[in-house]
Write a protein that binds this ligand. Structure first.
Ligand SMILES: [Zn+2]
Length: 432
């Protein structure tokens, strides 16, 4: 193997001439002086079309390459400018890096792969870059993948959802494909115009091919879906229906907790340290503390409860009949989505009449919303869109929004979500 070929393989570059290699011992940096091969020279950085030269540019530029063993490596080259027929005066393209990027293709691809697999601290420490740089890299890697793949191919049954990030101040609209369980689109905002952007991108012909749309019951989503996909069956998103019930349950738990705290305020105060054996009992205090900790016992699906949480639930059943009734109502509604369609219709109606008479305001109110969405809830069950996998996509996206916290732009967050949960995952450089 000739030296040049070996260097090209090591760096993961193509169509590149290696002029000379220089080792800066103090900086522990390998600098490779390179230039594009003759056929690659003088092309527009944006479209790649051969274009007449404009000027030699502002001097030599460097691109960070993958480390070679333990040593950092950089490519150095001229960065001349050309005059493109379409794009005007623009920096000429180089075969080793994306336009306007400070890192090679191989470096970008490795960062993108890592970002979908490892923690923030792993990526930044291993690649020796800031998290913000990771954001820019994954944004451009995703743009490249998106340009060569059609993520909307064969889209039939979709789910539209809104997700909050930055502690609830900002929102993303997301669209998932129910058949492949993949994320297909996301954009910042939470208006009908935001959802409209998706349908614009999809185009009229493909909108007509959408057969089912699930959503969280927000009116603005409903309106735009009715306009753009008039033929689609609109169904309720089971994830959100169960979420409503969980919220109603939490309202009841908070009321119970507030009552206990009101009682606790009338109880004698205790000083620091272990209370004396003959100290008067403080049932209000103990109750408030236990109820605060009971949140997860009430939220979690009963089959996932730890032994400790089961004990807590049994304690609620024995001491707080109203809160326990609220818990059973929540669980009852959740179970409806696990039944076959015929049984679900009957179970839902029984649930509605139970909730109407339950004398818990939060659930009487919930019952009204359920009646309003009854047809769509049953449609979700009939068309088998009640699967727990929708919930898991939801959970995964929420997890990514937390990891992506610290990116400056929502575009980086969206790129990370699509790279991780979309149909086209990034590959490691040099692997098939
Ligand atoms: Zn061009």
């Amino acid at each position: 193997m000739r030296d040049v070929s070996l260097w090209r393989c090591l760096l993961g570059v193509e169509k590149t001439v290696i002029e000379r290699v220089e080792f800066d011992e103090d900086a522990e940096l390998l600098v490779l002086h390179v230039r594009p091969t003759a056929r690659q020279r003088g092309r527009c950085g944006l479209c790649g079309r051969p274009s007449p030269g404009y000027d030699p540019g502002p001097g030599r530029r460097r691109w960070r390459a993958l480390d070679l063993g333990t040593i950092r490596a950089e490519l150095e080259s001229h960065a001349p400018r050309v005059t493109c027929r379409t794009h005007g005066v623009v920096v000429a393209s180089v075969p080793w890096a994306r336009h306007d990027a400070g890192h090679t293709y191989a470096f970008d691809d490795q960062v993108a792969w890592l970002a979908t697999q490892a923690s923030k601290s792993t990526v930044t420490a291993l690649m020796r870059i800031a998290w913000r740089t990771v954001g820019s890299i994954i944004t451009r890697v995703w743009a490249d993948i998106d340009a060569t793949h059609d993520r909307f191919a064969g889209l039939r049954r979709i789910g539209i959802d809104e997700i909050s990030y930055k502690k609830g101040h900002k929102y993303l609209m997301v669209v998932v494909d129910h058949d492949t369980r993949r994320l297909v689109w996301a954009a910042p905002g939470r208006t009908s115009a935001t959802v409209g952007e998706f349908f614009d991108l999809l185009g009229e012909e493909r909108c007509a091919q959408i057969t089912h749309v699930s959503a969280d019951g927000a009116d603005f989503i409903d309106t735009i879906v009715a306009q753009r996909c008039p033929g689609a069956v609109r169904v309720a998103d089971p994830f959100h229906i169960v979420q409503w019930a969980t919220d109603a349950l939490d309202e009841v738990r908070r009321q119970s907790w507030n009552q206990a705290r009101a009682l606790a305020r009338k109880e004698p105060k205790r000083g620091r340290g272990r209370p004396p054996v003959d100290a008067p009992p403080r049932p209000g205090n103990e109750r408030a503390k236990a109820l605060k900790g009971a949140r997860y016992s009430l939220w979690k699906n009963p089959e996932n409860l730890s032994e400790n949480q089961q004990v807590k639930l049994a304690w609620i059943a024995a001491t707080d009949p109203l809160l326990y009734r609220a818990y059973l109502l929540k669980e009852g509604l959740r179970v409806v989505f696990q039944l076959p369609h015929a049984a679900a219709a009957e179970a839902l109606d029984r649930w509605i009449s139970w909730a109407r008479r339950c004398r818990i305001p939060a659930f009487v109110k919930l019952q009204k919303s359920i009646v309003k969405h009854r047809t769509r809830i049953l449609a979700a069950i009939e068309h088998n869109l009640s699967n727990g996998l929708i919930e898991s996509t939801n959970t995964k996206i929420r997890l990514i929004t937390r990891i992506a916290f610290g990116f400056k732009s929502p575009q980086a967050l969206i790129a990370l979500a699509l790279l991780t949960l979309g149909g086209h995952r990034p590959a490691l450089p040099g692997r098939n």
